[in-house]
Each structure stands twice: as C-alpha cells, then as structure tokens.
Design a protein around this ligand. Structure first.
Ligand code: UTP
Length: 288
C-alpha cells in the first residue's frame, strides 16, 4: 500500500492571473473548500498518511492553510461544521504534512525531484492539485496495479485527438488487459503535449501517478524538454524505455481547475451537489 503523496504546488498559475497574484491556484475555493482540501481528502481516503507539499517561498498561504488555527476551529464548531473541524484537526495527527521548497518554477519534473529526501526509498503517489477527482478510487487502483506489477502506474483517459496536445500521451506496447481488476495497458514511452498528428495514442495522462523511487535518478538527469521546462513525462519516458510501465484507464469524473472555464465548471458542479444550497442554486440557474 502506498502511504506517501507528493503534491507539486509551486507553479505560477499564470492561467488564473490576476487572482493568483495573491491567492495560490491550489487554494482557490470551490464553494467554501479550497482545491487543496479536495486533494487532502482524496489522499487520506486512499490511505495516505504523509503528504509532501512542494511549494514556493512566494506562496506562504499554502503553509498557513495547514497550520493549526484554534479560532477558526471554534468558529467552524459554532457553525455546526464538525466534519470540517475534524478534517482540519487531522493535519499533524493522522496525516503528516511536510513542505519542501522549489526555489524556481523550473517545471513539474523538477518540482517532484525536490521531494526526494522527504519521500525516501519507497513508492509514492504524485497528485496534481489543479485536477480534482470525484473520489479516491483512482489512487486505490494505481496502488493496486503498482502492487501487482512492481513498477510505476499512471492514470490515463482516452481523449479525442484534438485535445491530446494539452496532455502527456502514452506510447503503448501491446493491448489493454485486466490487472488487479483494473483496465491497464503497458507503455514504453510518453510524449509531452504532442502535435495532433504526432500523438502516439489517445491515452492522455490525467494528474495521478504511482511511482517507484528509482524515478528520482531519471528526474535528476532531466534536461529542459520541448516546452523549456523539466518535464515529469520525460523522466517517465526514460524509465519506461528500460522496462514498460503501466497506464491505468479511468473514466472518473474530473475537473481541471487550473483554467477559468474548468474552475467555473467545478464550482457549478459543487454548487448543484451541495446538500443545503443545491436546490436553491438550481432554481436560480433555471431562472437566469
Ligand atoms: P501547471 O503547469 O498546471 O501549473 O502544473 P502552473 O505552471 O502553476 O500553471 P500555469 O500553466 O502557469 O497556469 C501542474 C502542477 O504542478 C505544479 C503547479 O503548482 C501545479 O499544481 N508545478 C508546476 C510546480 O510545483 N512547479 C513547477 O515548476 C511547475
């Protein structure tokens, strides 16, 4: 079972400027919950007990969010939000939260590499905090596929060709099959944001990874890729070229809150599903 998750949160969030001048993208609210809280809940539900947040000195609000705040807990208790008091008080008790700092946003691969000492010599998840998943089932599936294959397992979704150039895309070898009850496919390469006619498949990476610690050596050898950044996908490609890794196919509900439309969709969905406010919000939407 994988019990450590790395959450890279040191990027500049340029697509959400000017909001991200002052509020880190990872703390933008979806209703009253910051995006990062969805990530914490997903991780804890999948059995994670150590979160390694890769952050930047320019984003102190992220550390602040995890600091115990007795006054906020009293106010939440007064509002009857006992579930949230319970979740917030987990920080430092059943979930250990460590921070590591990325001094410059040199890319996702570099950010994950910064977590090497905090992770140590064990398999770990990487969770991109701007992709929100409906539940923790995808992490559980990745952990199971990693458990039975012994190598890295990466979450993927089949996407229409026109959308592939926004993602890392797998170069599969062989056919889709069942591994530990999950649909999975072996792959020997990955291409970051390919041109539409250069995509090796329709299997796009969707922000959740179960990785083995030898990836840190591949990350340390990275050179800037076709976007000028140190890419996690390039490290995965070099690891997969030695022995195939596994893509785990998923149709889980997901939202990319790193761009204005995706964020708005996540907020509207959360509003409609809200136990107390959902009906009133639906009526108002119909009205306008
Ligand atoms: P993104 O590319 O989506 O985030 O990286 P970004 O760079 O902050 O956003 P834009 O493109 O400028 O709008 C995915 C995740 O990886 C983190 C980001 O914080 C985000 O959560 N990241 C990215 C890092 O931690 N360090 C980096 O150098 C780059």
């Amino acid at each position: 079972m994988i019990t450590t998750a790395v959450v890279p949160a040191a990027g500049m969030g340029t697509r959400m400027l000017p909001a991200t001048k002052a509020v880190p993208k990872e703390l933008l609210p979806v209703m009253e919950r910051p995006a990062l809280q969805f990530i914490v809940d997903e991780a804890v539900d999948a059995g994670v007990d150590h979160l390694v947040i890769v952050t930047s000195r320019a984003k102190p609000a992220i550390e602040h969010y995890f600091a115990r705040d007795a006054e906020a807990e009293v106010a939440l208790t007064r509002l009857g939000r006992h579930d949230m008091v319970e979740r917030l008080s987990r920080f430092g008790s059943d979930v250990r939260v460590s921070f590591v700092f990325q001094d410059q946003p040199l890319g996702l691969g570099h950010a994950v590499g910064c977590a090497r000492d905090a992770v140590g010599d064990q398999p770990f998840f990487v969770m991109l905090p701007d992709e929100l998943m409906a539940d923790s089932s995808l992490l559980v599936a990745l952990s199971e596929v990693h458990g039975s294959t012994g190598v890295g397992a990466i979450a993927v979704k089949r996407m229409p060709r026109a959308e592939l150039s926004r993602y890392g895309v797998l170069d599969p070898v062989g056919d889709e099959r069942e591994v530990s009850g999950c649909k999975a496919i072996p792959f020997v390469g990955v291409v970051e944001k390919p041109a539409i006619d250069a995509a090796p498949s329709d299997l796009a990476i969707i922000g959740r990874y179960a990785l083995t610690p030898d990836i840190f050596d591949d990350l340390a050898r990275l050179r800037p890729g076709n976007t000028g950044e140190l890419q996690l996908t390039d490290a995965l490609a070099s690891q997969a070229s030695r022995a195939p890794l596994w893509g785990v196919l998923s149709d889980i509900g997901r939202r990319d809150i790193g761009n204005p439309l995706g964020w708005l969709q996540a907020v509207v969905e959360a509003g409609l599903a809200h136990p107390e406010l959902g009906d009133a919000f639906r009526d108002w939407l119909n009205e306008i």
